[in-house]
Ligand binder design. Structure first.
Ligand SMILES: [Zn+2]
Ligand SMILES: [Zn+2]
Length: 375
């Protein structure tokens, strides 16, 4: 198999909007081109054939296709994706399209795969505060989802009764029709592919086998999740057909910005204003970190824009790598106002610098006075 999975639409060479017919046609073309009989012993063709089969497997199934469109390859993890190891398996799997002969069914088309379907997956957004995301948290989310009806165990049949096996297809869910030379398998028109019927529907769920419910689900958020992270909670999606597993719940994490912490991968950046004398003389200063206050040593001669570091005070990596650091970018703040004493001292200091500075400001009344004198 290819290392990086290609886009399924690209594999089959169809548009994202392609109809089921177009997809089938595209797969038929690919299957012909890379068919093992035509390319005996050619590993590249075999891989291409498998790739096309997998793309077709997903795109011909409306549910899987919808998940793929929404989530990409990720969205199919946990679904019943076949892992083909031989052509025989592919032909077995696509028996309903390939029909008796290799390509016969392809021309006639039709047919859906039988078997209980896995439940659909659900998607929710969870908004976290910056610190919740950095340190991990537990969240209870309210979810509306279909759940299996407990009265009928999901069968849809009134308790005490049982679904009846479809007489047209004998419970197989598909029928074989002959058209010309071809044998075509299609979904059974009587039971719609389910293989069975419900005569007396369950009153609790009106025969649907499932009931919408509100549920509170507790979600454990690992430390270090970032904006856009997806957390999968296995089995908390909608129920599958009886005998099939439920879908998953995908939580998409959104993280609110913090008032003064800023995340850079696993590092946390803090902008810290310090005074001129702290920068020039050095000293110890208290800084906020994710875990509370810490003393930070500032060296004498620190420049505005210098970045200091507290190792290991950053964000945990959800994959278990080393924790990030806290970075502190200092800015030297100029006081907007000086007391008289401060101004005097600073002017004394300035004399030693040999720099041009403004003369001592006149008081407002002195300025007004000199203004009138000049008139
Ligand atoms: Zn029911
Ligand atoms: Zn039937």
């Amino acid at each position: 198999m290819p290392q990086v999975k290609r886009d399924y639409y690209e594999v089959l060479g169809v548009e994202k909007t392609a109809s089921q017919d177009e997809i089938k046609k595209a797969f038929r073309t690919a299957a012909k081109e890379f068919h093992p009989d035509k390319n005996p012993g050619d590993k590249a063709s075999e891989d291409k054939f498998k790739e096309a089969a997998e793309a077709y497997e997903v795109l011909q199934d409306p549910e899987k296709r919808a998940r793929y469109d929404q989530f990409g390859h990720e969205g199919l993890k946990g679904t019943s994706m076949p892992q083909y190891s031989s052509f025989e398996e592919i032909f077995e799997s696509f028996g309903d399209i390939f029909g008796g002969g290799i390509f016969e069914g392809l021309f006639g088309g039709g047919g859906r795969r039988r078997g209980p379907r896995r439940g659909s997956s659900l998607k929710v957004e969870i908004v976290l505060e910056f610190l919740e995301a950095a340190k991990g948290t537990k969240k209870t989310i309210e979810l509306r989802r279909a759940e299996r009806c407990t009265d009928c165990e999901g069968s849809g049949a009134k308790p005490g009764s049982k679904p009846k096996t479809c007489d047209l297809c004998g419970g197989r869910g598909e029928v074989i029709q002959s058209s010309g030379f071809f044998q075509v398998r299609t979904a059974c028109p009587k039971c719609g592919g389910a293989g069975s019927f419900v005569d007396e529907p369950c009153s609790a769920c009106s025969g649907r086998g499932r009931i919408p419910r509100k549920r509170d689900i507790e979600v454990q958020i690992p430390p270090g999740v970032d904006d856009g992270t997806r957390v999968r909670i296995s089995g908390e999606g909608e129920p599958g057909d009886p005998g099939a597993p439920p879908g998953d719940l995908f939580c998409y994490i959104a993280v609110k910005p913090h008032a003064f912490f800023e995340r850079h991968e696993s590092d946390v950046l803090l902008e810290l204003p310090i005074t001129f004398s702290q920068a020039a003389l050095g000293g110890s200063i208290e800084v906020p970190t994710l875990d509370g206050k810490r003393d930070l040593e500032i060296k004498s001669g620190t420049q505005s824009g210098d970045v200091l570091k507290i190792r290991g005070a950053g964000i945990a990596d959800p994959h278990g790598y080393r924790k990030g650091d806290q970075l502190i970018r200092v800015t030297v703040a100029v006081p907007p106002k000086l007391t008289k004493k401060q101004e005097e001292l600073l002017r004394e200091f300035a004399k030693t610098e040999d720099a041009n500075i403004s003369p001592i400001r006149k008081s407002f009344f002195e300025k007004v006075k000199s203004f009138f004198e000049k008139m």
